[in-house]
Design a protein around this ligand. Sequence first.
Ligand code: ZN
Length: 270
Amino acid sequence: MKCFICDSEAGLFCKKDNFLIYKCGTCGSGFTEGLEIKKGSYHRDEVYIGGRDQFVNIFRRRVELIKKYFKDPGKVLEVGSSIGTMLSIFKKDSWDVRGVEISPKAARYALEHGIPTTYSTIEKADFPEESFDAVIINHTLEHLESPKDVIKKVNSLLKKDGLILIDVPNFGSLSAQMQKNKWLYLLPEEHRWHFTEEGIERLLSDNGFKVIEKFMPSGVFDYGSPMLELWQALKGGKKRFFKDLFMAVPALILTMTGKGTSLTVLARKK
Ligand SMILES: [Zn+2]
């Protein structure tokens, strides 16, 4: 088996249900062997609609990360924009927003709520070249057919010096490497690709980008405001609150040592 990013030799990492997960010996990236994803089988439209406040706080960290590089509002595209929650934060801040989404229900919801959304895959979407200041791929790249093709396409859509923000579950996290087939985010029936910091950097640098920032946060530190999350969790359900609270110290340690469960990478078009 060869790594889908760096072409090095990959060995068997673990087995879950009928799926075999391989891991690259060089960049640590993983992949689920022979997975055919049924189009639209993994969308959680209801979860996004029901948990909107929580997601606004989660997405706020991503939005702020991009915004600090721009003096004035620009034009942003989100690949896999679902019901348009992240784009609605940009829109409030006067950005020109576009979404591309393959769940018809989510795309319709976004459109009805004022977020221009194209019902398509990114590969087939017909946007003008060099027309965006920033592109976001948030918890989507791990589902797509060819991460390389997607990154190349995004590069062509970005203006000179444009930014790409990628967010994926961190396969290099302590929890992924220790828990193996019990890892919460392995989801081999949905996730074809399992990314590490090294793998994403290689994927980006091979396809016209230079990484400028990266974070590997865990727990409440994945939120724009950890305190707001604790407050909302307390109001919404005691179970989530106590989990957030008891996990806060380990989550802080994981976040500070780069071993958290989430992987956020910001890169600039070369
Ligand atoms: Zn590799």
